[in-house]
Design a protein around this ligand. Structure first.
Ligand code: PLP
Length: 225
């Protein structure tokens, strides 16, 4: 049984890696410049372990509490694991996030920049952060408004937070390419390098438009129950 799960995980990983390379090639990009974040939210330790054993090192979780129940144990399997926080973060959880994670993709407001800056100084751990942009200007979604980006970038600088780039979750059920292109344009405008964009259904498009980090869950682990 365990062996069967491992084979499935390995074959899905191989398939996605091949698709990533194909997309990179079409855009004259180097596959090594693109990180596949395996989004392991809602997945059990038993589902994640085979991927770690297959050598995959980057994982994404969206809830601190869930991550705390799984990753202290899973991290023991590979010292090179990089854990990404991809979900909304409350300012009062900043210290927990800084101690548990290695990269944060959801820095989206001034109050959070202040809280993260303080937590990073207190712990002496300066995590790379992506600024999440509300690229479709959707009222129900997290993310910094496009107009508010300069002020938030200035705040991260004042707090000595290393900014890796920009992150977005485009509106659902609509062609994502224009949103990915807009995020890439904003990133270039502000002289940033990283672009965290693209999920199971659209990561190839995202790669062709410059994604450096894709966040893939269901294509790797199967549909979430
Ligand atoms: C769940 C999630 C993903 C992965 O979604 P899939 O469609 O399962 O690949 C990516 N990014 C964020 C922010 C998520 O919450």
């Amino acid at each position: 049984m365990q062996e069967a799960i491992r084979e499935t995980a390995q074959s899905r990983l191989n398939e996605i890696t091949a698709q990533m390379s194909a997309a990179a090639k079409l855009a004259s990009r180097v596959p090594a410049d693109i990180t596949l974040i395996a989004v392991s939210k809602t997945r059990s330790i038993g589902e994640i372990e085979p991927l770690i054993r297959a050598g995959h090192q980057s994982y994404g979780e969206n809830r601190i509490q869930e991550a705390q129940t799984k990753w202290p144990e899973l991290k023991k399997l590979d010292a090179g694991i990089v854990l990404h926080l991809i979900g909304q973060l409350q300012s009062n959880k900043a210290a927990e996030a800084v101690s548990m994670f290695d990269v944060i993709h959801s820095l989206d407001r001034l109050s959070l920049a202040t809280a993260l800056g303080k937590a990073m100084r207190d712990q002496g751990r300066f995590l790379s952060c992506f600024i999440q942009v509300n690229i479709g200007a959707e009222p129900q979604k997290g993310g910094c408004a496009i107009e508010a980006l300069p002020e938030l970038l200035a705040a991260t600088k004042a707090e000595n937070i290393p900014v890796a780039g920009l992150m977005c979750l485009p509106p659902a059920d609509i062609e994502p390419a224009p949103y990915f292109a807009l995020l890439a344009e904003l990133s270039a405008r502000y002289g940033l390098d990283g672009l965290s964009m693209g999920m199971s259904g659209d990561y190839q498009t995202a790669i062709m438009l410059g994604a450096t980090h894709i966040r893939v869950g269901s294509a790797l682990f199967g549909e979430r129950g």
